[in-house]
Design a binder for this molecule. Structure first.
Ligand SMILES: Nc1ncnc2c1ncn2[C@@H]1O[C@H](COP(=O)(O)OP(=O)(O)OP(=O)(O)O)[C@@H](O)[C@H]1O
Ligand SMILES: [Mg+2]
Length: 399
């Protein structure tokens, strides 16, 4: 594409001479007869080089230079003046991007061709540098975001290790609590102490039931944590039953939903084929989706989790639907970006990490949302790898 060059001079003869001189060099040439006309054109066109006189009616060269600095910061300016004092020159250089300051009349008009060509070279070089700088900055930003996400992941896996240690320690005393609570409860039911009245007896029997129930729940949490920890080495892969992974995710999230007055509906397809992957990381995906659903859904709403088998392409679909506030259409493509959040205390990493994990499993994550009605996140995980006797994805590759 030809570069645009603007020639600004109030003398028509000079404009004509400059035009004729530059005509053969392949530029798109344009002229202006005074400062004001020049400024109007600078606002509307992308000039690469501006050749300007200094003393002109209706706005002078300094005003042209200032306008170029504002509207075309990359343009190079060549001043051609008949009034060459040091003071004038200094003023021009202060006002903008002056490439050359030439005095009229030019001894050799041919110098114009060289000066314009060199100005263009400098301008293109600078533009190229700016582009490189932008690229560098983008690469840096990407790197920074990735390392932050990695840090979050490492933190999660450290928390996982810690949780596993705690779970392990809790396992024995909990087994004792469950066992004894059950024993006492049964004894009490069959052997009611004679000195207890009805109310007292019912109250204690109820308390014991609650104790047994609570201890069972604690034991479930602990065994889920242990399962999570066993698979929480990012590289560990095995055949994963997604229904079980979801049940594990429910252990941590169901009470959160119930406490907020939200119903959790589970429609888990029987005989779902297993997925070749990392159970702990997949559990993390659905824990994130369920927490997001809870945060978006008001009391009285419903969160539904559906699993289904797909033949073509071979795999499983897991849908997490809510009846929450929804996502505005213009935000749909941003929500998977790291740090995108609309929550006061959100990190904005939940969905970006979820997407990363789904990508690691060569799956896909989609979202459908209607403002004021609800949102559905759908995750596809392929199963063809799991079904082949020798899974192509080596566990060492999976980290
Ligand atoms: N089910 C949903 N309904 C409505 N908006 C959602 C839903 N899930 C995610 N979003 C929107 O996407 C944004 C990004 O979600 P993401 O999980 O990545 O981060 P976050 O939830 O804001 O922060 P964090 O996960 O750290 O708590 C949310 O802030 C929210 O605006
Ligand atoms: Mg979130």
């Amino acid at each position: 594409m030809s570069e645009r060059v603007l020639i600004v001079d109030d003398e028509e003869d000079l404009r004509y001479i400059y035009m004729r001189q530059l005509r053969g060099d392949g530029y798109l040439l344009d002229t202006a007869a005074d400062g004001e006309e020049a400024i109007g054109k600078i606002r509307e066109n992308e000039y690469a080089v501006i050749l300007t006189d200094m003393r002109m009616p209706r706005k002078d060269g300094l005003a042209v230079i200032a306008a170029a600095r504002e509207y075309l910061p990359e343009a190079e300016i060549i001043v051609l003046t008949g009034h060459g004092s040091l003071e004038n020159a200094l003023q021009a250089f202060k006002a903008g991007n002056i490439f050359e300051y030439l005095l009229k009349p030019l001894d050799d008009i041919g110098i114009l061709n060289t000066v314009v060509a060199r100005a263009l070279e400098r301008r293109n070089l600078r533009k190229h540098n700016c582009e490189l700088f932008d690229q560098l900055q983008r690469a840096y930003e990407e790197l920074r975001q990735k390392s932050e996400a990695l840090f979050q992941q490492e933190k999660m896996s450290a928390i996982g290790t810690l949780a596993a240690g705690v779970a392990h320690e809790l396992n024995n005393p909990l087994t004792a609590v469950v066992g004894f609570a059950q024993l006492v409860s049964e004894k009490l039911r069959s052997n009611r102490p004679s000195n207890w009245n009805d109310t007292e007896y019912e109250r204690i029997a109820q308390a014991l039931d609650n104790l047994v129930h609570g201890a069972h729940r604690a034991r479930d949490i602990v065994s889920t944590l242990l399962r999570f920890a066993r698979a929480s080495k990012p590289s560990a892969r095995s055949l994963v039953d997604m229904n079980q992974t979801l049940r594990d995710a429910f252990v941590f999230t169901e009470h959160l939903l119930l406490r907020n007055g939200i119903t959790l509906e589970k429609q888990l397809a029987p005989e779902l084929p297993p997925v070749w992957g990392n159970a702990a990381r997949l559990q993390h995906v659905f824990t994130n989706l369920l927490i997001n659903a809870q945060q978006a859904t008001p009391s009285g709403g419903t969160v539904r989790v559906i699993t289904e088998h797909s033949e073509e392409p071979k795999g499983v679909w897991i849908h997490v639907e809510d009846t929450g506030h929804g996502i505005p259409p213009e935000e749909l493509d941003k929500i998977f970006e790291p740090f995108y959040t609309r929550k006061e205390n959100g990190t904005g990493l939940g969905l970006s990490i979820a997407k990363q994990i789904v990508d690691e499993h060569r799956g896909e994550i989609r979202v459908l949302s209607t403002l004021g009605e609800g949102t559905r996140f759908s995750v596809f995980l392929p199963t063809d790898e799991a079904q082949s006797s020798n899974p192509p994805r080596d566990s060492r590759e999976a980290a």
